[in-house]
Design a protein around this ligand. Sequence first.
Ligand code: AMP
Ligand code: MN
Ligand code: MN
Ligand code: MN
Length: 287
Amino acid sequence: MLNIDLHCHSNMSDGVLSPAEVVARAAANGVHALALTDHDDVAGIATAQAVAATAGLRLIPGVEISVSWGGQTVHIVGLRIDPRHPELAAGLHGIRLGRVERARRMGDDLAQSGIAGAYAGACGYAANKQLVGRTHFARWLVAQGHVPDMRAAFRRFLTRGNPGYVEHEWTTLENAVGWIHASGGTAVIAHPGRYAFNARELHLLLDAFRALGGEGIEVISGTHHPTEYGKFADLARAFSLKASRGTDFHAPGEGADIGRLPALPHYCQPVWQGWPELAAHFSSSLA
Ligand code: AMP
Ligand code: MN
Ligand code: MN
Ligand code: MN
């Protein structure tokens, strides 16, 4: 089987490995094609491309865009994007400006709950100072001993109703899909099992996404429980969406390791079907 992992993070967003280290780890894990999909930034792609060329794996330029929809944050992965496309670059730049302002408010909110210095602390964990997110706050809260681990950080802090959570308006679904398409990419709904939507709301999201020309949905995600795979494979089929597979890798020892996931169910149409850059892999695997 071809090992294709279309969702992972480097330290250009909230992962801990550099783009070069992410690609090296993917190669060591036997990944044939990897999409680097940092949150709201494409800063790691050039390095990842260069390393992939020597490591013998195919790097798919990607991004994971933060969107506000239906009162929740939804993530849209763009695959095969052109990271230099001006419309995409400008859109992502705008999101990063909002992120910096949000991070300051998160720090203020934690300070009001008696936890001082969180913004500066979180920045210390962020290699990309434009990309300070909840994960960096969580790493700092763990290191400071406020919580024992990342799970507890997101259970007691940083989530709706808890200290460190602030409402934030991300971009629209229409913008995210539009920028991805403008740059030549394919749009995929990330980890549909992670949203606090009921079935009706999730169907509305898929309808809206389809109406905008969105192409795919993650069926096999490192953040999904194996019992959820079938449900999202069925939804993909029902909504005529292509299926994607991605670990959402952030750090060694945190969640699924790069490339370490089951294959797509056989009845799914893979989002990578027909991608010319994978043709050599397909023909050699048939030979
Ligand atoms: P942000 O984009 O700044 O709101 O941060 C979202 C990121 O936080 C996600 O991409 C995950 O990496 C991380 N995250 C969210 N919820 C959890 C959780 N319950 N446990 C661990 N990491 C989480
Ligand atoms: Mn993340
Ligand atoms: Mn996500
Ligand atoms: Mn992700």
